[in-house]
Design a protein around this ligand. Sequence first.
Ligand SMILES: [Zn+2]
Ligand SMILES: [Zn+2]
Length: 226
Amino acid sequence: MVFDIGSGAFANLRQFVDYHRLDAVVITHMHADHFLDIIPLRYALKYGSLRRHGKLELYLPPGGEAMLRTLVSAFAPESENDFLDEVFDIKVFTEKDSVEVKDLRLTFSKTLHYIEAYAIRATAAGGTSVTYSADTAPSDDVVKLARGSNLFLCEATLGPYETEGGMRGHCSAREAALMAREADVESLVLTHYGSGIPPDSLSEEARRHFSGDCGVADDFLQLVVG
Ligand SMILES: [Zn+2]
Ligand SMILES: [Zn+2]
């Protein structure tokens, strides 16, 4: 299962998983850095050598389907609807939904972001759980969703001396760690940080506020959870 698929993610994914074996793709919000590689994934599913039986479930947030179809209409106007529907089974989730995909149950919580966005908690049949913050400013609802998770994958967009004026939509490493502490999660992995920020400085900052396992995500990082 893939949570968000921004630019470059599809190529990276192919290093580990044959794309025709995916069970579902879930998009947390419709910012381009979280969904653009739906397009190359679509081309692979349609024309690639690996064939799957049936369509791939694509879960989008409310309003996501219309936005994706508008994007497609700009470059494939003749097949605006077929382009997606030939390979994807598009479904729209809301905060109230609980989605079952194989042995994982997904639950959602709205985040504090510039547009409607959702954090996801994936819980396996045995209770092991991973919560992914998507993009969010510090949020009680995300803390509630993440409560007791084995892994909390949290964004840390803001650099150590960066602050957001006005409406907030992102966290610093410190704020991510404070959420992890409040949610009493087992381990925290920071992600969605700027390329100019040394990863070590993020984990150092987070460790000051969170005593559980703490790490920083990077391309090709593999973790065993539970
Ligand atoms: Zn965003
Ligand atoms: Zn983002």
